[in-house]
Design a protein around this ligand. Structure first.
Ligand code: PEP
Length: 254
């Protein structure tokens, strides 16, 4: 059975103390809520990673993700961080392909394919984000956009490698805007993504791929979104900064 995941993306928020305190609250609240094939992931800024990874060490089904890595092994890349560096402090996941990185840091599909390779080489599981802009949705091109992002970003992987990837459908027009895809709109795209994965790999891989929804997900809309057949949880931005809201989203699975 595929994993159900609720992942928080703190983005560039919270100083060290605030982050550690929020994480401690989250762990206390969710530790008895995540059972079976469920998993909670917190993707904090780099400064919190060693501490939150330590705090999560003995908590079942709570894991830590990084929000980025550089594609190279090591070297003269001032200000960057490598897959092996984040792995060395206990990080399990990395967000790749987030629309903010694509838009503000010009991350191309080709670069994201390299980053995906670097992550997998160091046993970090990518949470690979795909999604269309408002214009692409309105012009009806969104299926093509999503297929291209998948093809160029992750479809070079072998079956064994792809099995470690979590996908996140994040319509760009819904991120941080308060606009959410309707459950029907989201389900339509999730079903398309699963079918595209099946065509590329096989039915078993497609059935086992976790596909998260992201974009203004909150405690009021999470249950109708997560009850859709092909939606396996969420990647949560704003609402992951409030422990109560994050907990309420995690509880949707119970
Ligand atoms: C995100 O940044 O991945 C995200 C989904 O943000 P928000 O929930 O704030 O829209």
């Amino acid at each position: 059975m595929r994993k159900k995941i609720v992942a928080g993306n703190w983005k560039m928020n919270l100083n060290y103390e605030e982050g550690v305190s929020l994480f401690s609250e989250i762990v206390n609240m969710v530790k008895d809520e995540v059972v079976g094939t469920q998993e909670v992931i917190v993707c904090s800024p780099f400064i919190h990673l060693p501490t939150v990874a330590k705090l999560s060490e003995n908590v079942k089904n709570v894991n830590i993700g990084s929000q980025n890595i550089h594609q190279a092994e090591s070297g003269a890349f001032t200000g960057e961080i490598s897959a092996s560096q984040v792995k060395s402090v206990g990080v399990e996941y990395v967000i790749l392909g987030h629309s903010e990185r694509r838009a503000y840091f010009a991350e191309s599909d080709a670069l994201l394919a390299e980053k995906t390779n670097a992550a997998l080489k160091h046993d970090l599981k990518p949470i690979f984000c795909i999604g269309e802009t408002k214009e692409e949705r309105e012009s009806g091109k969104f299926f093509d956009v999503i297929k291209t992002q998948l093809t160029n970003g992750v479809f070079h992987l072998s079956k064994e490698e792809f099995a470690k990837v979590v996908l996140a459908y994040e319509p760009v027009w819904a991120i941080g805007t308060g606009l959410t895809a309707s459950p029907e709109q989201a389900q339509e795209v999730h079903a398309f993504i699963r079918e595209t994965v099946e065509n590329q790999y096989d039915a078993e891989i497609a059935e086992n791929t976790t596909i998260l929804y992201g974009g203004s997900c909150n405690p009021s809309n999470a249950s109708t979104l997560f009850s859709q057949k092909d939606i396996d949880g969420g990647l949560i931005g704003g609402a992951s900064l409030k422990s109560r809201d994050f907990l309420d989203i995690v509880k949707v699975f119970n």
